[in-house]
Design a protein around this ligand. Structure first.
Ligand SMILES: *Cc1c(COP(=O)(O)O)cnc(C)c1O
Length: 352
C-alpha cells in the first residue's frame, strides 16, 4: 500500500478506532468527518471522548472537500477523517495540506478504495494514517478484518498497542500502557488475506475495465451523471454510482432503481438513505450512555440539516448505487447498461 508499516486488526471499524486511539485525543477534541460513510467509521469518535463534526460533501462525488473541511475547522479540531466514497479519491493532497498547516493529523478511510490513486500516490498513504476493511463486501476480504497503514512508525506502534490491549510486545518491560482493546485479526484470517493480496491488482483492474465499458454505454443519457474521477486520480470502483436528476428523470433514483430491480439489476437508491447525523444514535445523544460526555463539549456541529449540509442531501437525493465486482463479464456489463437504458427510456418517455 505504499506505506512503511501495516497493522492488521479485526474490522474496518477497529481500524478507525485504533487510528484515533493512536492520536491520543482529549475530551472535547473535535474530529471532522463525513455524514456519508459507514457508521463504523463514525462511532469510534465518541468512544475516544471526541465530538464528531460533520463536514458537508461535494454533491457530485459524496466526498468531503478542502472547502467543506476548512469550514468546520476550529481550535478544537484534533483530527480529520476522509472517506474515499465508492473508491473515488477525495481531494486528499489539498486536505492534507490544510491539515499540515495546522498540525492536524489526517486519517484516510480507504475501506472502499483499495489501489485508488491521486497523482500516482495510493490513497491511504497520503494522510498520517490509512484505514482499510476486509469485510466480506470489500475488494479484499478475510470475511471480517481490517488494517491500518502508516509511514510513521510511532503512530503505527500506537495502533499496534491499541489493537493488543495496550500491551507493548517486544518492550524490555512490557506493561498495559493505554486503554486498547482486543482488535486482533486471527492467524487464519491473515492467511486468507495474504492469499487475497496477490489477487488485488487483478481485482481492481477488472473492476476498472468493467466500469470503462459501462461508462461507454451510458454516457449519453440525459439526467444521468456517471462517475468522473478528477484528472490525475484513479477510481477503484467498489461500487458504480450514478446520479439521477429527478428534474429530468421523473421519480429520480427511487423510480429508476425500482424499474432496474424489475429488470433483474440489484441496486441501492440513496446509498445510506440518510446522513449519519440523522441516524437515531445521533439524534438522541442519551443513546450514547456513558459516552454522552463527548457531547457535553460546546459544539453543535454534530447536527445538520438541508441548510447546513446542502451537498450531502443533494447527493443522497440523487445517488443510485450499482453493485460492482471483478467477476462481471462483458455480457453482464452490457446487460446492466441495457437495463439502465430501458428503465431510463421508460421514465423519460419512449420518444427520446
Ligand atoms: C466497510 C466500511 C467501514 C467499516 O468496516 P467494517 O469492517 O465493516 O467494520 C468503514 N468505513 C468505510 C468507508 C467502509 O466502507
Amino acid at each position: 500500500m505504499g506505506a512503511a508499516t501495516a497493522v492488521a486488526c479485526n474490522s474496518g471499524s477497529a481500524a478507525i478506532h485504533a487510528a484515533l486511539g493512536a492520536l491520543g485525543l482529549q475530551p472535547g477534541d473535535e474530529v471532522i468527518t463525513t455524514p456519508i460513510t459507514d457508521m463504523g467509521a463514525v462511532l469510534p469518535i465518541p468512544y475516544e471522548g471526541a465530538v464528531p463534526v460533520f463536514a458537508d460533501v461535494d454533491p457530485q462525488t459524496g466526498n468531503v472537500t478542502p472547502t467543506t473541511v476548512a469550514a468546520r475547522l476550529t481550535p478544537r479540531t484534533a483530527a480529520v477523517i476522509v472517506t474515499h466514497l465508492f473508491g473515488q479519491p477525495a481531494e486528499t493532497r489539498a486536505i492534507a495540506r490544510l491539515c499540515a498547516e495546522r498540525g492536524i493529523p489526517l486519517i484516510e478511510d480507504a475501506a472502499q478504495a483499495f489501489l485508488a490513486t491521486e497523482q500516482d500516490r495510493l490513497v491511504s498513504s497520503i494522510g498520517a494514517l490509512g484505514c482499510f476493511s476486509f469485510q466480506q463486501g470489500k475488494h479484499l476480504t478475510t470475511g471480517e478484518g481490517g488494517m491500518v497503514v502508516s509511514a510513521d512508525r510511532a503512530l503505527a506502534d500506537g495502533v499496534a498497542r491499541f489493537v493488543n490491549k495496550g500491551w507493548g510486545y517486544g518492550d524490555a518491560a512490557p506493561d498495559h500502557d493505554r486503554p486498547g482493546l482486543n482488535y486482533r485479526l486471527t492467524e487464519l484470517q491473515a492467511a486468507v488475506g495474504l492469499a487475497q493480496l496477490d489477487k488485488l491488482d487483478g481485482c481492481v483492474a477488472r473492476r476498472r475495465r468493467a466500469a470503462a465499458r459501462a461508462l461507454d454505454g451510458l454516457g449519453d443519457l440525459p439526467g444521468i451523471t456517471l462517475p468522473h474521477p478528477r484528472p490525475g486520480t484513479e477510481h477503484s470502483y467498489w461500487r458504480f454510482a450514478l446520479l439521477v436528476d429527478p428534474e429530468v428523470v421523473p421519480g429520480g433514483p427511487d423510480a429508476l432503481g425500482a424499474l432496474l430491480r424489475d429488470l433483474g439489476v440489484g441496486n441501492a437508491p440513496r446509498y445510506v438513505k440518510k446522513p449519519a447525523f440523522d441516524c437515531a444514535v445521533f439524534r438522541d445523544p442519551a443513546r450514547f450512555g456513558a459516552l454522552a460526555g463527548a457531547f457535553a463539549a460546546p459544539s453543535s456541529a454534530r447536527f445538520g440539516d438541508r441548510t447546513t449540509h446542502p451537498g450531502c442531501y443533494r447527493f443522497l437525493d440523487r445517488v443510485l448505487v450499482l453493485p460492482w465486482n471483478e467477476q462481471l463479464t462483458d455480457a453482464q456489463v452490457d446487460g446492466i447498461v441495457a437495463a439502465v437504458r430501458r428503465a431510463h427510456a421508460a421514465l423519460c418517455g419512449a420518444h427520446r
